[in-house]
Design a protein around this ligand. Structure first.
Ligand SMILES: Nc1ncnc2c1ncn2[C@@H]1O[C@H](COP(=O)(O)OP(=O)(O)OP(=O)(O)O)[C@@H](O)[C@H]1O
Ligand SMILES: [Mg+2]
Length: 367
């Protein structure tokens, strides 16, 4: 009996050691442990500037969001029909200090209360990433606190921890503007890529189809809204036949274009096209989540990324609760780019995160 108990506590200690990484303060070289399993408050101030949102946030112990400030550039890029990288970088420069100051103010803390600074290092637009990264690195140097560099995709997944008690293991579907991935989250410290899109990301497909329908940029939310007014059975699109964990949306995009070409511009049944497209996408995504969950013997499923804000995908995902799954989706404000998810990642995935000498990167290496 006694032997058993000591084995259990040994196991716990081992888990604690695995989750906590020790980061250095850049000036004094003092060691600061970061991660779950420590019985103390850890406040992380993070920045996120990978694309067209300048964001800063303060998060306590990876879950409690003390502030989440996002300055969107959508209005600026809308007239170009997409993000212009150089314009985005310049705009981040204009906004970053204001956004960080506001995040501190709304959290009601000072730099003294911060345990570590963090920032997205990639993937994203290099010029844009450099702004947030250098701001956080500078704060780390000035205030002699550790710096933790975070992968944007890990961060979208960790958005599931914000303001929730959701815990691994779970299967996460990451659907964003640039990525579509199925990820197995075995523990806080492990995110394994099971499969991904072979061509367009779901968000990209949404934006392109929305453009065909004459909707403004970014098209995803507008197409989602329009789809509610349409008949989802009017057009039958076939789902791509690819490996069980992979995705492909370029065929669907072309099929949608062909349908649009059958009509004169003023006779195009836009809402029916939107509804039929959305039905095919959401059915495909949910089917893949189910395969991954069943084959990996996991009964928790989650979603992440900007497209996770989609009403039909969320509805179908939460329907899985009727099949015995525990389901989670981040609040809307944590689906699209934000810095709270970056702070959460710095805390939970600190064991694999890099320190002050890390550089930005634009793309993830393929599996
Ligand atoms: N309700 C919605 N329905 C469908 N798509 C949506 C919805 N809301 C947002 N999107 C899409 O989400 C995408 C933006 O998501 P996000 O900000 O996560 O992407 P990103 O950061 O540009 O890409 P990545 O995270 O892959 O680098 C856009 O393509 C947008 O159209
Ligand atoms: Mg993103």
């Amino acid at each position: 009996m006694c032997y058993c108990r000591s084995r259990v506590s040994f196991k716990k200690i081992k888990i604690k050691i695995m989750l906590i990484k020790e980061f250095k303060r850049p000036i004094s070289n003092k060691i600061v442990p970061i991660g779950p399993g420590l019985n103390k408050y850890q406040i992380i101030l993070a920045t996120e500037t990978s694309c067209d949102e300048t964001a800063a946030a303060v998060v306590l112990n990876g879950r409690k969001v003390l502030s989440n400030v996002v300055a969107s550039q959508i209005d600026i890029h809308q007239k170009f029909g997409g993000v212009v990288p150089e314009v985005a970088a310049r705009q981040h420069l204009e906004s970053i200090n204001i956004v960080i100051e506001e995040a501190l103010k709304q959290a009601g803390i000072t730099y003294k209360d911060v345990s570590a600074f963090s920032s997205t290092v990639g993937p994203g637009l290099v010029g844009a990433l450099l702004v947030g990264l250098n701001a956080a690195k500078t704060l780390s140097l000035v205030h002699d606190k550790p710096f933790i560099g975070v992968n944007h995709l890990n961060a979208h997944v960790c958005a599931n921890y914000l303001g929730s008690n959701f815990e691994p293991p779970f299967i996460c579907l990451l659907v964003s503007g640039g990525h579509t991935q199925l990820i197995k989250v075995s523990s806080y410290s492990e995110q394994e890529l099971l499969g991904e899109t072979l061509d367009d990301a779901v968000g990209e497909a949404y934006d392109k189809v929305a453009r065909l329908l004459g909707l403004p940029y970014p098209g995803g939310p507008f197409l989602d809204k329009l789809a509610h007014e349409g008949d989802k059975k009017r057009f039958k699109f076939t789902q791509a036949k690819v490996d069980k964990y992979d995705f492909s949306f370029s065929g669907l995009k072309t099929a949608t274009l062909r349908v649009c070409q059958q009509f004169k511009e003023d006779e195009l049944p836009k809402a029916d096209v939107a509804a039929s497209f959305q039905e095919t996408v959401s059915e495909t995504l949910i089917k893949k989540i189910l395969i991954a969950a069943e084959e990996n013997n996991v009964n928790k499923v989650a979603i992440a990324g900007g497209v996770a804000a989609n009403s039909e995908i969320r509805r179908k995902l939460f329907d899985l609760a009727n099949q015995g799954f525990e389901v989670n989706a981040p609040e809307f404000k944590y689906c699209t780019d934000n810095a709270a998810m970056v702070a959460s990642t710095a805390y939970f995935l600190s064991n694999i995160m890099e320190e002050l000498d890390i550089e930005v990167f634009s793309r993830v290496k393929s599996k």
